[in-house]
Design a protein around this ligand. Structure first.
Ligand SMILES: NC(=O)c1ccc[n+]([C@@H]2O[C@H](COP(=O)([O-])OP(=O)(O)OC[C@H]3O[C@@H](n4cnc5c(N)ncnc54)[C@H](OP(=O)(O)O)[C@@H]3O)[C@@H](O)[C@H]2O)c1
Length: 193
């Protein structure tokens, strides 16, 4: 039985982008219902994982244990600017070693981006929560996963063994909803490198 439950979270535009052409998440992708959903989910997670340019910027953020991917360290190191954060270079240490270093040995891990980080865990998600803003388009923006826009985010999740569950409406005025994509076969045993 895997020690960690791994969940992914992203909000994307209709064209599958998580940020604009300047690699910034624009106000147009921020919605109250989705923010509330995301905040509540992270409050229940035991560990947050993200790349050096991402983060959730919420009131409870400083309290949360997190792993930050960066090539600025060889393998693992404490983050000098955050006592709750571990810096991790996957080319020097496994994900399990990073969790161990962070002193989190079981529980729910929330992976929150960016695209390369989402891609690294694609075969390990138990559930990926895909929020969609159908009225927003970000031409030339930053695709949410490797392989977008050649394939849609949904096609990529399906290709990695995840199946769409029932969508939940979060912001009815803007048509923003979240769909849980759940694994239909057991996650791969091999850790991401
Ligand atoms: N819409 C959404 O839900 C959502 C979700 C997440 C992010 N975003 C937005 O997307 C943008 C960030 O995108 P980003 O492409 O810059 O992604 P990012 O993953 O946040 O940051 C990239 C950095 O993470 C580190 N990294 C990533 N993969 C690594 C690997 N395999 N090994 C070691 N280090 C690795 C590197 O840091 P070093 O340079 O230190 O080596 C790299 O420069 C932000 O604007 C953010 O707000 C939006």
């Amino acid at each position: 039985m895997p020690a960690y439950r791994i969940e992914g979270y992203v909000i994307v535009s209709a064209d599958g982008m998580l940020a604009n052409a300047d690699r910034v998440m624009p106000e147009a992708l921020k919605f109250e219902g989705d923010k509330h959903f995301f905040t509540s989910a992270l409050d229940q997670a035991d560990m947050i994982v993200h790349g050096r340019h991402s983060g959730e910027d919420q009131p409870n953020s400083p309290k949360r244990k997190r792993i930050i991917l960066t090539r600025r360290v060889a393998a693992l190191a404490p983050d000098p600017s955050n006592p709750n954060a571990t810096l991790w270079n996957p080319s020097g240490a496994t994900f399990e070693a990073a969790c161990d270093f962070a002193d989190v040995r079981s529980g729910t891990v929330a992976v929150i981006g960016g695209p390369a980080v989402f891609g690294m865990f694609m075969d390990r998600y138990d559930t990926f929560w895909l929020s969609l803003a159908p009225k927003v388009r970000l031409p030339g923006g930053e695709p949410c996963f490797p392989g977008v826009p050649q394939r849609s985010p949904q096609q990529i999740l399906a290709a990695h063994g995840l199946k769409a569950g029932e969508a939940r409406m979060l912001d009815p005025n803007d048509g923003v909803g979240v769909t849980p994509w759940r694994r239909v076969v057991a996650p791969s045993a091999s850790p991401p490198r």
